[in-house]
Design a protein around this ligand. Sequence first.
Ligand code: SF4
Length: 353
Amino acid sequence: MFREHTKTVTIGNKKIGGGNPVLIQSMTNTHTEDVEATVRQILELEAAGCEIIRCTVPTIEAAKAVSEIKKYIHIPLVADIHFDYRMAIAAMENGADKIRINPGNIGGADKIKAVVDVAKERNIPIRVGVNSGSLEKELVEKYHGVTAEGIVESAIDKVHMIEEQGYDNLVVSIKSSDVMMCVKAHELIAQKIAYPLHVGITESGTAFSGSIKSALGLGLILNQGIGDTIRVSLTDNPVKEVEAAKIILKTLGLKKGGIEVVSCPTCGRTRIDLIGLAKQVEEMVSSYDYDLKLAVMGCVVNGPGEAKEADLGIAGGDGCGVLIKHGEVVRKVPEDELLSTLKYELDHWGGTG
Ligand code: SF4
């Protein structure tokens, strides 16, 4: 497990690396300068399970907003900086818990030194981020195109730029929208450096395709013990990123808690609106923190059997359904009461489960 041997890095009130749990990160899509909207979105993301939030800081106003935003949120805030080193300094002076920069694009050694000096003084971690889309020309030529090897070399060069300034409070991220290239790059870099890795498949697409690509890429990477924080990047509401990230971590056994809904694919035996019901159930259970499995099955012929491994479940009949607990049918329920019955059971789960 590479992640057991990475350096422990403290980001605000969270620790990553060194075998700490893999944390879920997301990014706001509000204007950071708009404190009210940004706080609102961060609180929504916190409620969904986001553990570290990143906000873009393209202006001095955005940097100043960081200190206001931080008064109302409860998770560490990472300032995302592009090109202008002064924004990195301003974000740190305004309380950013971490900054994300690409040392290759902030304007030379003196600018890097200026940023590192402030980070050092305040002990703020720096995430060194490189992206396949901005790989240096020399590396593209050396490796005959954009390759995993080139991305890794670029990232290690950037890490050295900061280490040369005597600073090693670092997190590294390497990103590519090519899933398999991204996987290979992580396999390579995990063997070369011991800094915590922030892992994500960049520009992965809309909620459906992006979640699939991210699950595949992150799954392959995380399952090798690589990765200390993750982000699922989606062209959608960032709450969906957090929900997808939670499912990925739970599926890999890297996160506990929260209800897991299993549901059948429906077939010719289904006589209730199972697709609609399963969606409603999934939404309803997101507010419960029990560590249990809930089955939503389409029929009473196979449903109870298939739901045996679940703690709680329902199986549809014709205009009705049955409530199942630990694989046993408990009672018959009219179709329009199935959701409220499940809710009742969950509300009283401590006493009956
Ligand atoms: Fe079909 Fe019943 Fe199986 Fe659902 S549980 S797929 S309805 S047989």
